[in-house]
Design a protein around this ligand. Structure first.
Ligand code: SAM
Ligand code: SF4
Ligand code: SF4
Length: 277
């Protein structure tokens, strides 16, 4: 039984918060074991495409267009090499501010990623608008281990019913989270000052760069998912391995300061987290 199978099999028996904590704790231990760094990134996310069909009010896409552009084959192939050389064991996501299911080559991309890094865990984070029975089946067949679907507002006609059917078919794979519930319970990001939200997410320190290392469509590694304008880059995968980029002095210093609640970069000073300057 593979690691992914164990997580999938446990899903019906454990509440979401227990599963989330167990997954993070497991991933941190695994990172310590594999990469010698307990603060190592928990997931890799790649901006495989740019377009999103929605303009959610709590997302910077509400103010800016999302062109129908894709990560080039050259950058995608290089990203595969970088995952292969890392023998990547963690989650792989396909997002930045896009809707990944609108990329027609997504199943093929998942297949290629599993070939390059067989132990990795491909995940689909999506608004679910384009998720059909056929696409879900194809993605699972390709190697996807989970779908993290957000119920955004406004909810489209038939969305709830379709998602219910899909969850009934694949209860161990698909999780639906209501964004309004997230806002009510913990709050939302202001995306480093780019959007106004009714209730802000506030913490005293930031681990966002450790949650996911972000490779944009040009191969640049960005600070975090809140860097909408791609302004804080720490290296490019065409020139350096993910390990070298991650261990670069500037990136290390920024992350260490954030763990202490100190913002070395201007973007972090605008962030909802209200860190010390
Ligand atoms: C930017 S979206 C991109 C992927 C896809 N379009 C989607 O909405 O799932 C990535 C994640 O951010 C979440 N999200 C969007 N706006 C947010 C906000 N202001 N604060 C916290 N999470 C947010 C979404 O629910 C989703 O899980
Ligand atoms: S939150 Fe997701 S669905 Fe909504 S606009 Fe942003 S990228 Fe699109
Ligand atoms: S504080 Fe900085 S690193 Fe953390 S989420 Fe905000 S912009 Fe990103």
């Amino acid at each position: 039984m593979s690691r992914a199978d164990i997580f999938i099999a446990l899903k019906p028996y454990l509440p979401k918060w227990v599963r989330n904590r167990a997954r993070v704790a497991y991933q941190q231990l695994s990172n310590w074991w594999h990469y010698g760094d307990r603060f190592f990134f928990l997931s890799v996310t790649m901006e495989v495409s740019v377009y999103c069909n929605r303009t959610c009010s709590y997302c910077p896409n509400t103010h800016y267009d999302t062109p129908r552009e894709f990560m080039s084959e050259e950058i995608f192939a290089m990203a595969l090499n970088r995952l292969r050389e890392l023998n990547w064991h963690g989650i792989v996501d396909f997002i930045f501010y896009n809707e990944p299911l609108l990329d027609p080559s997504l199943p093929e991309k998942v297949r290629r990623i599993k070939k390059a890094a067989p132990s990795c865990l491909p995940r689909i984070t999506s608004n679910g608008d384009a998720l059909t029975h056929r696409l879900a089946a194809e993605l699972i067949e390709a190697g996807v281990v989970s779908f993290y679907i957000t119920r955004h507002v406004p909810v489209k006609p038939g969305w709830d019913e379709r998602m219910e059917e899909l969850c009934d078919l694949w209860p161990n794979y698909i999780t639906v989270t209501d964004i309004m519930e997230v806002q009510r319970k913990v709050g939302l990001w202001n995306r480093a000052g780019l959007v106004k939200v009714e209730k802000e997410f506030k913490v005293k320190t930031c681990r966002a760069p450790e949650g996911a290392i972000t490779i944009d469509r040009n191969g640049d590694v960005l600070l975090c998912c809140c860097d909408y304008f791609h302004q804080n880059k720490f290296g490019n995968i065409k020139e350096q391995s993910l390990l070298d980029i991650w261990n670069g002095n500037r990136f290390r210093d920024v992350r260490a300061a954030l763990r202490q609640g100190v913002a070395l970069l201007d973007i972090c000073k605008n962030c909802i987290l209200r860190l010390k300057a």
